[in-house]
Design a protein around this ligand. Sequence first.
Ligand code: N2P
Length: 347
Amino acid sequence: MKKFLAKAAALLLLLPLLTACPKQQGAQTLRIYNWSDYMPEAVIQEFERREKAKVVLDTYDDPEAMISKLQAGGDSEYDLVILSDYLVGQLAKQGIILELDRSKIPNFKNLDPSFTNPAYDPQSRHSVVYQWGTTGLAYREDRVKGPVDSWGVLFDPAQSVGSFLLLTEMREQVGAALRYLGASVNSTDPTVLERAKQVLLEAKRRSQGFAGGTDAVQQVLSGNVAVAVAYSGDAFRAMQENPRVKYVIPKEGGTLWSDVLTILSKSKNAELAYRFINYLLEPEVAAKVSNGIGYGTPVSPALPMIEARDNPIIYPSPEVRRKLEFLGDLGPAADLYNRLWAEVRAQ
Ligand code: N2P
């Protein structure tokens, strides 16, 4: 009897271990670093259910801060990072992101061909497009004192229509100043960049400061500021909440960008990261993503399921698209931009 009791007690003690083991073996974690407000919760949960995995999500608003974190050792903290297209070349060169094994992403075939061989990453060797959009001006029509159709509402005191916020994303904000001056968003001409710096410094003095995309749109929505530099999808979602919020691509033009999925070289679970990328390229999942966050999908078979597919805020007309440029890799001129930006932010 004593023996029996001892055995039973030992079994009881073991029980939690026995039941916990299979779970632990199956439990995998995918650590994602993404822009804030850029992936619907339900899409993540569905993946967790299917894979019996856990997704840990960290977010950022300023890509410069994100890059600094990755370069300072943070690249071992994540498996998958979603980032601006123009950053791919630099991260690939530094060996921070993996060269992708296409055989692990069979749904790559669902991508619109215009997204499969981008200039910033020929043949999509290191990245897969997640979403695309534009950068323009979000404003409250009941708060502005005049028309909002030009970057001049930020950069020309005579065209000012009310209080405004500048954007923390360096390339976008410098790009806007460059377009206002009639130059390309990728200009590396030191004289033109010097003029852009002056324009930005002057605007900064009259502005309410800098904000990330999510925060900027929230401040327009709440009426805290009249105008803010904003990303199309964030603005689109704010418009659903309050129809007095508007979004415009200034007449001088601006950027058309994509954000891409990348796997970190130091990922501890690259297999799961591949499965996540493949999952996001399923048409139903891609439609859920774009319907949830309001950005353009690169997944062609998802388009019929996109509620806003005829909305020019998300899918601008060919005429507007002709005024938009992709941000390119700056190469050695990156230093010029970094110095310019440091001065703009510091003064
Ligand atoms: C998410 C916006 C990120 C898009 N709030 C910027 N490319």
